[in-house]
Design a protein around this ligand. Sequence first.
Ligand SMILES: N[C@@H](CCC(=O)N[C@@H](CS)C(=O)NCC(=O)O)C(=O)O
Length: 328
Amino acid sequence: MGLLVEGKWQDTWYDTQSTGGKFERKASSFRNWITKDGSAGPSGIGGFKAEADRYHLYVSLACPWAHRTIIYRTLKGLDKMISMSVVNAFMGEEGWSFEPGEGVVPDPILGAKYAHQLYTEADPNYTGRVTVPILWDKHTHTIVSNESAEIIRMFNSAFDEVGATALDFAPESLIREIDQMNDYIYPNINNGVYRAGFATTQHAYDDAVDEVFTALDTLESRLESQRYLIGDEITEADWRLFTTLVRFDPVYVGHFKCNKKRIVDYPNLWGYLRDLYQQPGIANTVDIPYIKAHYYGSHESINPTRIVPKGPLVDFTTEHHREKLSEK
Ligand SMILES: N[C@@H](CCC(=O)N[C@@H](CS)C(=O)NCC(=O)O)C(=O)O
């Protein structure tokens, strides 16, 4: 595990010394947008027109950020026009690799052994972390974006005129509410579990874990009377919360010490999680053994033996009865 400095790989773990034991996630660096006509999006440069068979997505099935993009690729029917590679669950000294293993789909474009090769192919002097997801343009041979929040916004609508499924998880009328919800969930929950897990002082951990559970308590109340976060329809905010909730009991409770409660102890969140899991196509995007193998196997600083626990056994397929909330 490490990062690129001016195109050269360096094997170093996250720096928590300069931040008093706190884990801080760095911003992504490739921020272009695929658009219907190839015009520039809200950031980056233009030239990335929505076209079938032009783009390739690199993911890890473990990563909650990459998982968002896999979900959108499935739900929007983009799997028939955007190809996908999957890295090995284990993230070692050279970061994400395409070494053969469970779930791995090798890189058909560069035949890369490591994901860092994709970054240096796009920018030979790249400095920064090598993260997934990576959205690659086969025409101009570069990275369009490595920011999942933006990749899912593109996937939501850019390909609609070239055959994507007509589903809108970020309708204009709800966008403000969705953004507000995302701004609450990202620091407190999505990244909150990492802040708890990667903290290197008791104080940083205590703060992070309390923030995670305060936020879960708040959402538990919200989901008492409404089926989804914004109302009766699934929106982007739900998919962004889902990828953390589905990993919570299998991984974050044990590995990241987020153990004041489990999701199964929250009746509304637990029903909501199963409701989302049971949406068509979603179960196939969730690979719990791969997810556990990644976290427990790769983070030597918090699990030096790399032993992957057997449990817990969580059944996401039982009835949830939450449709009643949207039948009013
Ligand atoms: N802001 C990015 C974050 C992606 C991210 O941090 N991915 C993690 C895996 S969950 C990663 O690849 N980490 C490798 C590293 O930091 O070296 C996004 O949402 O796309």
